[in-house]
Write a protein that binds this ligand. Structure first.
Ligand code: THU
Length: 137
């Protein structure tokens, strides 16, 4: 599992909870915030953005990953995911995180900034499909 400092842990928890306020979730009313720590020490944030055409909705975690990649970052040490009730990342977000490292730390946080679970992408997505499974990789 990748290492993060106690200070970074606290920053991630706070950032994930704060960015929840920016979620656009008029259909589910389930606000999700994500804060992704890169190996360069930057934090990228994401919030869920829903759509009247429900499947078009984008999750907070993927939003954070895509934002980081667009900024030129591809090495991630940890992600904090905050919801009111400490919900865990969906399967699509687990798969997107797995692309960048099975050992990325995942902090699952509730609305009171309490860590409900501290785990890894590998533990959340055992047997992940990866680029290595493709014949010509
Ligand atoms: N959601 C996330 O943002 N991340 C997840 O990993 C699980 C689900 C969002 C999508 C939707 O806007 C709301 O939570 C309810 O599913």
């Amino acid at each position: 599992m990748r290492k993060i400092t106690e200070k970074q842990r606290q920053q991630l928890i706070k950032a994930a909870n704060r960015v929840r306020a920016n979620a656009y979730a008029p259909y589910s009313n389930y606000a999700v915030g994500a804060a992704l720590l890169t190996s360069s020490g930057k934090i990228f944030r994401g919030a869920n953005v829903e759509n009247a055409a429900y499947p078009v909705t984008m999750c907070a975690e993927r939003s954070a990953v895509f934002s980081a990649v667009a900024a030129g970052e591809q090495e991630f040490n940890a992600i904090a995911v905050a919801t009111d009730n400490g919900g865990t990342p969906c399967g699509s977000c687990r798969q997107v995180l797995a692309e960048f490292g099975l050992d990325i730390k995942v902090l699952i946080v509730d609305g009171e900034e309490k860590i409900v679970r501290e785990t890894t992408v590998e533990a959340l997505l055992p047997g992940a499909f990866s680029g290595g499974d493709l014949p010509d990789s």
